[in-house]
Design a protein around this ligand. Sequence first.
Ligand code: FAD
Length: 431
Amino acid sequence: MSAWGLISGGDVTALAYDGRDYDLIVIGGGGAGLSTAYHAGKNGLRTLVLERFGVLNDSGSSAGASRQFRLQYAQQYMAELSLASQSFWADLQGFTQKTLITQCGSLWFGDPALSSQEGGIQAAEKVMDTLRIPYTKLDAAQIEAAFPFTDLPSDYAGFFQASGGIIDLKATEEACYDAALATGRVDIHEYEPVTGISEQADGSLTVTTGRGDYGAAKLAVCAGAYANDVLAHLGLSAGITIWQMSSAYFRKSDPDLRLPTWFVFQDPSASALFYGFPEVDWAHPGYARVATDFPDAILTDPGQRTFVPSPTSLGLDSRWVAEHMVGLDPTPRFTSTCLIALAEDSTRELLLDYTPAWGTPHPNIVTYTAGWAAKYLPILGDMIVRMLAQPTQQLTYGDFTIPLANFAIAWAPAAEPDQRTTPSRAIKEER
Ligand SMILES: Cc1cc2nc3c(=O)[nH]c(=O)nc-3n(C[C@H](O)[C@H](O)[C@H](O)COP(=O)(O)OP(=O)(O)OC[C@H]3O[C@@H](n4cnc5c(N)ncnc54)[C@H](O)[C@@H]3O)c2cc1C
């Protein structure tokens, strides 16, 4: 008997659970999929996660060790989502002894006039003012005095927001995994890629893998940059573009170096967007990570991905470190690459939507794919489960009601792999 009625009170397809039939199947066992499984299990739903590789893999968007958490956004609803996510982080923290977010603050600086479609420093300050998020405004001299940056143009400015921090990404995924299993209602199948999706006459869904068919009342597609491979089984594609990015660690030549998480806004046409992290004890102690915030390559298919970082990006990182950072050796070490799916429409920060399988938006199939979403992983699972429990146009968290229209996906028919067009999305200027 399906448990959906328990959380939605609505009419749902009831499936007899026989070991192959579930209330919910989640496609993709990255952070988003595992968080969804946790929230589903917590609500009593028999849930199956199907992951094409192993969990905690470095083949998708959750490659590497750390991500930035921040409250500030140029869009108010994104800042509200960050605020709302804090209680979900606290809940997830209960499943691990590792610190999921180390609160070291978030420093944004650079050309204050620079804005993209997403805004920039000034737009984020405006949103923080509206939401009464505290921050400290800084000019170039104050930034150089307080943080290990040097030789900044004198007209640079920015702010420090103390609630920002560094996410231990693998610990976060592990906590989602442990939390999901602890519900006692979640099965996680690794190395089992989904190869087909169909709808039965009774409205239930069948998901096919190399090991056979599984039935479910509902489906969550959380396949990250691989979303269009999965959505092709429904004859659909989402308007995403896929970036391959690289980053590197730089040795601390000053053992006392103290960094916040940081982002520098500079002329994007000059390939001058960089971000970085402090040293952490869970990845390359004694080193700090610095990365370019633009793609090494824009892919039309994740299969085009190489695991080779771009020498150009690493060279730019190295030059930025040599010219503008104090206490770091400018030789890049421990390099890595990562794939990120972003909305082709650069006004969209996250893509989360009902999926128009077989014509109209299907209330029982939700797709989450794109965005800088590590900071939202704990709340994303709740959002997806709530969308599936009861069709809705908005989600309310405390004082904030967030319209889902902000996250709408530009749907199109699935393209043949050799007909996929080159994405046109402009380079994003913040993360
Ligand atoms: C370089 C870089 C820097 C970033 N920095 C930040 C940051 O500072 N702050 C922030 O908030 N976010 C940041 N992000 C974004 C963040 O990392 C991602 O939003 C997050 O990791 C996405 O997790 P996910 O579960 O959606 O995707 P993934 O981790 O990619 O998971 C998707 C899973 O689906 C599986 N899958 C695919 N196809 C199938 C199939 N057919 N069958 C079964 N399983 C399948 C994949 O194997 C994969 O494990 C960054 C991303 C990158 C790449």
